[in-house]
Design a protein around this ligand. Structure first.
Ligand code: C5P
Length: 234
């Protein structure tokens, strides 16, 4: 499980991490808290024994993404995201940035995941604003295919696409957000999956935010979700 640290106070982040750390070791740092607290937050999390998923969805010219991925590897992140709409060359450059780090340091760099189409983009936006034809699902799968052809390690995906993606290549890492245990609030998430269903469908990681950090007892919520994942038997 990866806990999304979508919280704006630094001390609240650290006390949450401390509370759940025995049960969760992977934490997602997104654009908001990275912009606010910078790489110091990543160093602090790493010092506490956490793994860090840096979710900045890089989308820029290939050379810039190459350099950004190299720097992300240097600050010690374990996993990061690029945007598949940046294209094949950009995604290859992202992998090359990590490879440079690996060659220089003799150790594994971060896994690179591609995001396909943001869940905030519906078919209407796809057609009217982006002028991308076809139905949303086909476009999502095409983006995933581009990412896999570029050698990307994994994709952020909904539960529905996991089996198709694993059919391309079973070693592709799948990370599924939009997770809601039955006992939690749905919030603004439209397409949700329970931890059990996500793991049963083959997800390698689930990303969970509010069901844990907005729960009155985050540790209890974390334990319940871990148990639910274990009950899926993988
Ligand atoms: O609080 P909640 O569990 O909904 O948080 C889910 C996390 O996963 C958030 O950080 C959100 O930005 C991220 N995410 C998502 N849907 C996507 C991609 C990322 O919910 N398609």
């Amino acid at each position: 499980m990866i806990l999304a640290l979508d919280i704006k106070e630094r001390e609240a982040i650290y006390s949450l991490v401390k509370e759940v750390l025995p049960f969760i070791e992977f934490f997602k740092v997104g654009a908001v808290i990275f912009t606010r607290f910078g790489p110091g937050l990543v160093y602090d999390l790493k010092q506490r024994g956490c793994k860090v998923f840096l979710d900045l969805k890089y989308h820029d010219i290939p050379n810039t993404v190459y350099e950004a991925c190299y720097q992300a590897a240097k600050i010690g992140v374990d996993m990061l995201t690029v945007h598949s709409l940046g294209g094949y060359k950009m995604m290859r450059s992202a992998m090359d940035g990590v490879k440079r780090y690996e060659d220089e340091n003799g150790k594994r760099g971060p896994l690179i995941l591609a995001v396909t189409i943001l869940t905030s983009i519906g078919e209407k936006e796809l057609h009217d604003e982006l002028l991308i034809k076809g139905n949303l699902k086909d476009v999502v799968l095409k983006m995933a295919e581009n990412a896999l052809n570029a050698g990307i390690d994994g994709v952020v995906t909904s539960q529905n696409e996991i089996s198709i993606i694993k059919n391309f290549n079973k070693d592709i890492v799948t990370v599924v957000p939009g997770i809601r245990p039955k006992w939690s609030e749905r919030g603004d998430q439209k397409r949700i999956t329970t931890p059990y269903e996500a793991i049963r469908s083959g997800a390698d990681y689930i990303v969970v935010g509010r069901p844990i950090y907005a729960h009155p007892h985050p540790k209890e919520a974390a334990i319940k979700i871990v148990e639910e994942m274990e009950s899926a038997g993988r």
